[in-house]
Write a protein that binds this ligand. Structure first.
Ligand code: C2E
Ligand code: CA
Ligand code: CA
Length: 434
């Protein structure tokens, strides 16, 4: 049993000890993971001082040690959080018994500077292999249960999947509420990632990528908030906002260079919205010198989710002169023959094939045949995710038309992108400043 209740290194030690307990776990046995969160530690720090709060957590740890079995393990993984491993359990009920014992021991009164405190803890339990199979996931499950325990009279909770779903839907509901007001609060902005002609490195366009930085300074990745926007009715206003913002920011470039285009991602939900064509066509009429300066990037899955509506809308875009690009090509299941039914202009080879094209023969074969086939269909081919000079040179040699990726430039905020576009290089770091 570890007597060392240090801060964060404790968490790493705990995960290592848990990994080894999981490896030792016999066929019909279970391992219990228990998190004990001391509550009101901040308040105690404020009222009785840091030393008192620290002594309280240490005392709780000492009390817990006394109710544990010899082969149980204990580690302080955070300021106010103690984590336990209960190996060799035959039934979940044993972990419940342990949780009860821990609670009773922790709730004994505690003397602090003449005051008698009644320590409060929340105890969460997760069981291997029922709840999760890896150490990190088990801790996460126990943590969710501990948060749930705060609201229960028992003071402890055993993890169940419903808790996880409830938490996740609460979290996305909260994000959805915040996202609703994010435009108004100025928390959204658009970054630009250049697309260049691989032959000579000339700038041919840029992909507009949406960024959300919340009021607390934390960035929420698009992979998280785009699905939330899709589930609510926010994706269409967000798409239109992104398009208008991106085109306004690049209006000088659009005016001076008819060959320059802005690509905007069109999610499957947006593509199937009845108003989307009119909204996008209107934005294009405001900002574009020629409609070909707008490219809509659509994934394969978007095309086949509701093919009748999708194909009709894409026909409308095509009729308007707006260009269509198939994004992440290779990750879906469509063949180029199926795609031939759509009036596409561009195909973007997914970065999972591009990455490793110089090292993995199979990637090289796939990329080569995609380029040849796409050219036969009259499509411009873009390789996304080019991260080094060898990949760049290899794709150029294979006849790929355009490229995009960290090697060329990362997504950049407007000012830095415009400078990059002017000079072909940046004087400040080309970081994705999201
Ligand atoms: P995507 O359309 O495939 O966008 C390209 C993603 O790859 C971007 O991530 C970009 O930062 C990243 N990337 C670019 N070059 C490289 C590289 O060399 N290596 C690697 N590893 N990654 C590279 P980001 O900006 O996080 O966007 C993730 C996804 O979120 C996008 O994937 C797109 O599906 C979605 N997204 C972003 N902005 C929007 C938006 O305005 N509307 C919609 N519907 N989706 C968006
Ligand atoms: Ca894209
Ligand atoms: Ca992509």
């Amino acid at each position: 049993m570890s007597e060392n209740f240090a801060g964060l290194p404790g968490y790493r030690r705990f995960l290592a000890a848990l990994d080894s307990a999981l490896r030792r776990c016999g066929p019909r046995k279970r391992v219990g993971v228990v998190l004990v969160r001391a509550r009101h530690v901040q308040e105690i720090k404020a009222s009785h001082g840091y030393e008192c709060a620290e002594a309280l957590v240490r005392t709780l740890a000492g009390r817990i040690v006394r109710v544990l079995r010899d082969n149980d393990e204990i580690e302080r993984i955070e300021d106010s959080c103690i984590a336990l491993i209960l190996p060799d359990l035959s039934a979940t009920a044993q972990a419940e018994l342990a949780a009860n014992g821990i609670l009773a021991a922790c709730q004994q009164p505690y003397e602090a500077g003449g005051d008698r405190l009644s320590p409060k803890v929340s105890v969460g339990v997760a069981i291997y292999p029922t709840d999760a199979s890896t150490s990190g996931d088990l801790v996460r499950c126990a943590d969710i249960a501990a948060a749930e325990a705060t609201d229960t009279p028992a003071g402890y909770a055993i993890f169940n999947q419903a808790m996880d779903q409830t938490r996740q839907s609460q979290r996305s509901y909260q994000l959805e509420r915040e996202l609703e007001g994010a435009i108004g609060r100025g928390e959204l902005h658009v970054c630009f990632q250049p697309k260049v002609a691989l032959r000579d490195g000339a700038l041919v366009g840029a992909e507009a990528l949406l960024r959300w930085t919340r009021a607390d300074g934390k960035a929420v990745p698009p992979d998280v908030f785009i699905p939330i926007a899709e589930q609510s009715n926010l994706i269409v206003p967000l798409t239109v906002w992104t398009l208008n913002t991106a085109m306004r920011a690049c209006s000088d470039l659009l005016e001076s260079d008819p060959g320059f285009s802005i690509a905007v991602n069109l999610s499957p939900v947006a593509l199937n919205d009845p108003d989307i064509f009119a909204l996008i066509a209107q934005a294009a009429s405001i900002w574009c010198s020629t409609r070909q300066q707008l490219v809509l990037e659509i994934t394969e899955t978007a095309l086949f989710r509701d093919p009748v509506t999708a194909l009709r809308t894409l026909e409308e875009f095509h009729g308007e002169g707006i260009r269509l690009s198939i994004d992440d090509f290779g990750t879906g299941y469509s063949s180029l023959a199926q795609l031939a039914r759509v009036r596409l202009n561009e195909l973007k080879i997914d970065r999972s094939f591009v990455n490793g094209v110089t090292r993995i023969e199979r990637n090289m074969q796939i990329v080569r045949s995609v380029i040849d086939l796409a050219h036969n269909f009259g499509l411009t081919v873009v390789a996304e995710g080019i991260e080094d000079d060898e990949t760049y040179a290899c794709l150029a040699a294979l006849g790929c038309d355009h490229g995009q990726g960290y090697y060329i430039a990362r997504p950049m905020v407007t000012d830095i992108f415009l400078e990059w576009a002017q000079t072909g290089r940046v004087t400040r770091p080309a970081l994705d400043l999201a």
